[in-house]
Design a protein around this ligand. Sequence first.
Ligand code: ADP
Length: 698
Amino acid sequence: MRMPSLLRRIDRSVRAKLLMLVLAPLLVGLPLLLGLAWAWGNQAYQRLLSFKIGSDLVTAHEYFDRVQQGVGLDLQALAASVALGRLLDVPGAPATADSLQGMLVARGLDFLHLLDRDGAPLASAGGRRLPAVARDRWAVVASAVAGSPRTAIELFAPDDLAVIDPALRRRAHLPLVDTPAAVPESRSVEDRGMVIHSAAPVFDGHGHLVAVLEGGVMVNGNLAIVDRINTIVYREGSLPLGSVGTATIFLDDTRIATNVRLFEGTRALGTRVSRAVREHVLEGGRIWQDTAFVVNDFYVSGYEPIEDSAGRRIGMLYVGFLEAPFRQARTLALGALFAVFVAISITGAVLSLRFARTLFRPIERMNAVIQRVGAGDVGARVGAIGSRDELGRLAGEFDRLLDTLAQKRAELQRWADELDSKVAERTAELAEANAILRRAQQQLVMSEKLAAIGELTAGVAHEINNPVAVIQGNLDVLDDVLGGHAEPVRREIRLIHEQADRIRQIVTKLLQFARPGEFAGYVEVVEINALLADCVVLTRHNIEKRRIELVERFAAVVRVEINRSELQQVLINLIVNAVQAMPDGGRLLLASEDWVEDGETRGATIRVRDSGQGIAREHLDRIFDPFFTTKKGSGTGLGLSISYTIVQRYGGRITVSSEPGAGAEFRVWLRREAAFDDAPNAPDFRARWTAGRDDASV
Ligand code: ADP
């Protein structure tokens, strides 16, 4: 399943996990807390405002009641007054109207009538004439006629007002102002009057009802009442934050007395309440305690219905205060709360991140070290991380582990190296031992072979020598006896002599090979350059016959210890072999030089090099073997074998190098002081086995 990249990152990194762990309470908890604080704050704010407006409305209600009671009490006081008693004596006199007018002004009433005990008008303040019909259709008048004073709020039709006072009718006339949220209204004018209507019975000295006093105050446009309500409910400084208090009396849903301003000091008379409030209060008969849009702004508002004497809802009493400052204060408070939360979150996050860093830093460093070690940097370590908690100890242990690992690895490497060198050493020793063994084996085989051949040869040689001596002796006798008669066979006799002599020579050589000690001469100091010159004289005939170019380089200074004739035999053998290797001519080098080794002059060497056919690689190993020859018929295969044995006997040796087709070079190493070697006369093959192209060319 594909994880979103953020989740994948969190899943892979301890750092991200720690950050999540640290930040989760801040990122989730704090907004939650903030939301709760916001909701609770709002709720408390609403309840506070609702509670306040409730108590404001109670105060306004109380005051409005008192105003009504005041009107009633005024009427009762006038009814009981002596002045009124006097008026009753002459009810129709013009003075009565004046007196009533005086009382009206004194009590602040809008109208005052004196009625007879049936409720028919007797006189009216200001002398206005009322129709002569009983006014007991009004509940308060009926009550007074019945003997009880009563005060009630009544709705007066325009005509009712006109009957009482045309001025009142005019005062009640109010053009309706179009109000957006209100219930649509077809009328353009409100001309009914809301009146605090009161009536009190007038009794004579005997307690008999003699008349009724009817009076009232019209609420329409009565700004004194609303201003007073406003002053009482919203005393100077009782509203915080610059909010403004307002009070209004509605007739039906129209503002007929208000201190709500429309604009620039104009009171919002004639404007109407919103549909919501109308339905809630006027139609539903309930109290409204909530924010409402009043004329041009939101007000925290309280509305309650006003009922007339028959319990009909004819209007509303309203108080309220501007909400905006409270709202601002609330927004400010919540904003401050939010800011504090954000500040706490940020500070918390920063502190948590700092703290988290001390946790994930060691882990990250360990991870980096693991990767470096993986990449081959075995010296990488976490190092001191300055924390003494479990992570710090873990990092320390980790470093120690790496140290141990490095140490073990170094030890392993050392062991491996030691093992390698030991194996190489043992292998070399084994090879050496093998070679020695092989040489020893070869020498053993050779010695045994030579010993057997020596025995055989010695026996055979003696057996042959005697018959040959007999043949030669008898041949001489034959020659003497025949004398001149032998002349025809002279050549044959000579040939028999020669061949018998050759037999004797071969036998002598065989004996020399088989019993070298018997043939060894005495040792003398030999000047090898002179000896070489003698050898050239002896072999010149052969050399010249084959048109061979002879090159002499006699440079040896040192003289060597050896038997002179034996050395001569060796050199002549080598020269003869070289000449035989060049049947069609060539070049023969005879050279001598001092043998200097490790800065010490050990003796002299003699080189015999030819430009003949050379020696085949497979023969090179065997040319010093007795009886090895490639000269079928003419060779004995003993020359080199005997030569080697002679030289070796004086502590010297012979080496050969050859390039097949390009000649061969034999080199005789002779000691200045002979070192006698009594070992069996087996040649050392290793010593004389060298081959090289340069050496081979003459
Ligand atoms: P022989 O000469 O009687 O064969 P040697 O012992 O003198 O016996 O020589 C052995 C063999 O070594 C020869 O048969 C020949 O094959 C080889 N040999 C010796 N000297 C030379 C040379 N200068 N060039 C080539 N081959 C040689």
